[in-house]
Design a protein around this ligand. Structure first.
Ligand code: NAP
Length: 255
């Protein structure tokens, strides 16, 4: 018997988990992407793309596709889809597990200013002109139009369109991982004196945090949004073990 699993993705871990589970012949894995990144990296398993139409739409999909397990492996800041996933799983009576990468914790030497939104981050930069590195993705970059006095270096995977209505912004297109040495060089080259970041967790984008610490630069850190209370794992290994527990691999059942 094949068990159908839907993974809500958009993260490296989702792709890794999908590949790992798809190696089991008794699991049929589909990865779901929001469809926002123009050329997402190859995922290695069947992919569906685009929104479901809210929690109800996702519940209908789970029902129609006879999904037996929903895994929310979306980005920690993708709050709407995580809430929808929890609600849809409840409505459809399908078990849900969340893969939640732990956030970073400040260590000695870090100068973090914690805020709850991009708008608050823009205010936290203060009134005097600064040279800020925006590494929060393109979706919320427009919040910084409210603080046009600063000079911005804006990095994103896809282009920020439309460009910000600020007089001084440089746009950098790049996809991580970003090693610390390269991040130090970038901060130096642009004379950055503030880094604006999400608390993404993981190693791939930690380089800018370590680089800021090394230079004594302030990091305006946008806190994570709250997540629904569903059973969760922190790593791909832990999640794979949970799935093995739910759907024991055939050999273990002695069949
Ligand atoms: P969001 O605000 O939580 O979601 C907005 C809407 O996009 C959802 O209501 C849903 O539409 C659709 N959606 C989101 N993720 C989806 C998925 N995996 N499959 C199908 N539909 C999805 O999310 P977001 O912040 O726009 O992020 C979109 C995607 O980018 C997520 O998959 C996330 O993992 C990834 N990502 C986000 C960030 C970030 O900082 N936010 C960073 C890296 C990657 P319907 O209501 O119509 O179903």
């Amino acid at each position: 018997m094949t068990h159908r699993i839907l993974i809500l993705g958009g993260t490296t871990e989702a792709r890794q988990l999908a590949g790992r589970l798809a190696a089991r012949a008794d699991l049929s894995v589909t990865l779901s992407l929001a469809g926002r990144t123009e050329s997402p990296v190859a995922q290695g398993v069947p992919v569906r793309s685009g929104g479901f139409g809210g929690a109800e739409g996702l519940a209908t999909y789970l029902d129609q596709e006879k999904v037996e397990l929903l895994i929310d492996a979306t980005h920690p800041y993708a709050a709407r889809i995580s809430a929808n996933a929890a609600e849809a799983a409840r409505q459809a009576g399908v078990p849900i597990l969340a893969l939640r990468r732990p956030g970073w914790e400040p260590v000695a030497g870090d100068r973090w200013t914690l805020v709850d939104s991009a708008a608050e981050a823009a205010r936290a930069l203060g009134t005097a002109p600064r040279r800020a590195f925006l590494a929060i993705g393109r979706q919320e970059a427009s919040a910084f139009e409210a603080a046009p006095q600063h000079r911005y270096l804006i990095r994103s995977v896809d282009p920020v369109e439309p460009k910000l209505g600020v007089p001084d912004a440089i746009y950098l297109l790049a996809r991580g991982p970003f090693p610390e040495a390269e991040e130090r060089a970038l901060l130096e080259k642009h004379g950055i004196d503030a880094v604006v970041s999400k608390n993404s967790g993981g190693g791939a984008t930690y380089g800018k945090i370590a680089a800021a610490r090394a230079f004594g630069i302030e990091v305006v850190m946008v806190r994570r949004p709250p997540v629904p209370d569903v059973p969760s794992a922190e790593t791909v290994d832990q999640m794979a073990a949970k799935v093995d527990h739910l759907f024991a691999p055939v050999a273990e059942r002695g069949v």
